[in-house]
Design a protein around this ligand. Structure first.
Ligand SMILES: Cc1cc2nc3c(=O)[nH]c(=O)nc-3n(C[C@H](O)[C@H](O)[C@H](O)COP(=O)(O)OP(=O)(O)OC[C@H]3O[C@@H](n4cnc5c(N)ncnc54)[C@H](O)[C@@H]3O)c2cc1C
Length: 444
């Protein structure tokens, strides 16, 4: 498809701004068009991205996480004529899943890190290292930090952002202090590296950890993390305890017996678990957290605020304003933005109550790739449930895990076909590694 350096063909500047009304780029251009800085920004995004000419229907995939990587690869497998471009700003993929094992030194960093070059080469698609900034869905043009791309289909899989206001942090300055000093480490990359360094430097006292409300990323993640930090403290003879504040009555329901057994049998003196405890506010400067019961002091922390769909989804006007987590307003079976079968939203910013997990995003990605290929062929396919497979390593010495596997009911989207093993075992500990290796193979 030919790409020009001007506005979308047949669309004047006035009209273009109207089409993109409410969107970030349009607003920035309108507000600051006269300043040299604005000219530089719009000049960069407003020229074609330097890409090979499209050799077939162009599919742009935004985000190189579990969702985007799977969809980019499988779109090409479903229809080799698709010209797939994945837009992802990070230089290296680092998985969130298995990262708790790395905190406890059960795996090395190389296990978590993978190359987007390798993924794109093996999948026969193009990786554009950049960021989606705006979208003109009428003209089917995606504006990235590296220039614009005209598309036939676009998939948005940008993951999550945090909502600090939900834990009482409304001042942007305090939000930055909290995010930088006590990162949640539920988004890939720097946050995890920072948490690992915190553990290495922790000598004694209270290490605070929190569970958010709502449908947060990796429902068992905070409990698994408490166990593995507990194991790390024990192994390294650190005189500290993990205080885990949880708004729920018990840990993530299916696995509650497995986690509670680990807390009481393995970490009695190391994990202080506070169920039914809501975080009302955090003072990251005084290092205190106020709950609905009292105010606690901490020495160090990893504070996990409420999760929301990536702000990009709201910026592009693709969110459901009624959704408490600002998730996407899409057809819940076919994943396209309401009224637009060329634009899909997947992964952790979907509105369905599926577990926000990598296996869910990966299995969903297979289905969405088939859906788009069917759309291109003028066909329709039946809904396929995503699958959640979630191992939680609750002991590091020796390595032992518990597991839940489930699909989703087509009407309620609640768990169905559940397979659960809450008895921690070394066999499940080993299976967790095999599951992770299989997922990397499938995404890369
Ligand atoms: C500690 C931890 C443990 C976990 N354990 C498990 C587990 O055991 N099992 C399991 O199944 N899941 C687990 N998960 C959850 C899993 O990692 C996530 O649910 C999964 O990664 C979601 O995939 P995603 O593609 O939706 O989002 P992400 O993986 O976050 O990917 C989103 C990508 O979009 C990119 N992006 C954002 N904005 C833009 C933009 N404007 N332009 C271009 N790109 C953009 C980001 O850079 C990012 O790479 C765990 C998560 C954590 C944090």
């Amino acid at each position: 498809m030919k790409q020009s350096r001007e506005m979308p063909e047949g669309l004047g500047r006035r009209q273009f701004l109207k089409v993109s009304a409410g969107s970030t780029l349009a607003a920035a251009m309108a507000a600051t068009a006269a300043t040299p800085a604005a000219a530089a920004i719009s000049g960069r995004t407003n020229r074609p991205a330097e890409l090979p000419a499209a050799k077939g229907p162009r599919c742009v995939v935004v985000g190189g996480g579990a969702s985007g990587l799977t969809i980019a690869k499988y779109l090409k497998k479903e229809n080799p004529r698709f010209d797939v471009v994945m837009v992802e700003p990070n230089s290296t993929y680092m998985s969130c899943f298995l990262s708790n094992l790395w905190l406890d030194e059960l795996i090395n960093l190389e296990t978590l890190q993978h190359s987007f070059c390798d993924a794109a080469r093996a999948g026969n698609y193009v990786w554009l290292q950049g960021k989606l900034i705006d979208l003109d869905r009428q003209a089917k043009r995606a504006f990235t930090s590296e220039g614009y791309i005209d598309y036939k289909y676009i998939v948005l899989a940008p993951g999550i952002d945090y909502n600090y206001a939900a834990i009482g942090i409304k001042d942007p300055e305090l939000e930055v202090v909290c995010a930088q000093n006590y990162p949640a480490a539920f988004k890939p990359g720097s946050e995890h590296i920072s948490l690992k360094a915190k553990l290495a430097n922790f000598e004694r006292g209270v290490f605070l950890s929190t569970v958010p409300t709502g449908n947060y990323r990796c429902l068992p993640g905070p409990y698994e993390r408490a166990c593995l930090i507990g194991d790390y403290f024990k192994k390294n003879k650190i005189k500290g305890k993990i205080v885990l504040l949880d708004p729920n009555e018990k840990p993530f329901a299916p696995k509650a017996p497995g986690f509670l057994a680990a807390f009481s049998e393995l970490y009695k003196d190391v994990i202080e678990y506070h169920p039914s405890t809501m975080v009302k506010s955090v003072d990251p400067i005084k290092k205190t957290v106020t709950t609905d019961f009292d105010t606690l002091k901490f020495d160090d922390a990893s504070i996990y605020p409420r999760v929301r769909a990536a702000k990009l989804i709201e910026d592009l006007g693709l969110h459901d304003p009624k959704s408490p987590q600002m998730e996407a307003d899409i057809d819940v079976y076919k994943y396209f933005a309401k009224g637009d079968k060329t634009c899909y939203v997947t992964g952790d910013c979907r509105p369905m109550g599926f577990s926000k997990s990598a296996n869910t995003a990966n299995s969903e990605g297979h289905y969405v790739a088939k859906l788009i290929a069917a759309q291109e062929a003028g066909k329709d396919i039946d809904w396929v449930s995503p699958q959640t497979i979630c191992y939680s390593t609750v002991n590091g010495t020796p390595e032992e895990a518990i597991v839940v596997k489930a699909k989703y009911d087509q009407k309620t989207f609640g768990f169905t076909d559940v397979q659960l093993d809450n008895t921690r075992s070394a066999a499940l500990g080993k299976a967790a590694h095999e599951w992770g290796a299989g997922l990397y193979r499938d995404m890369f």
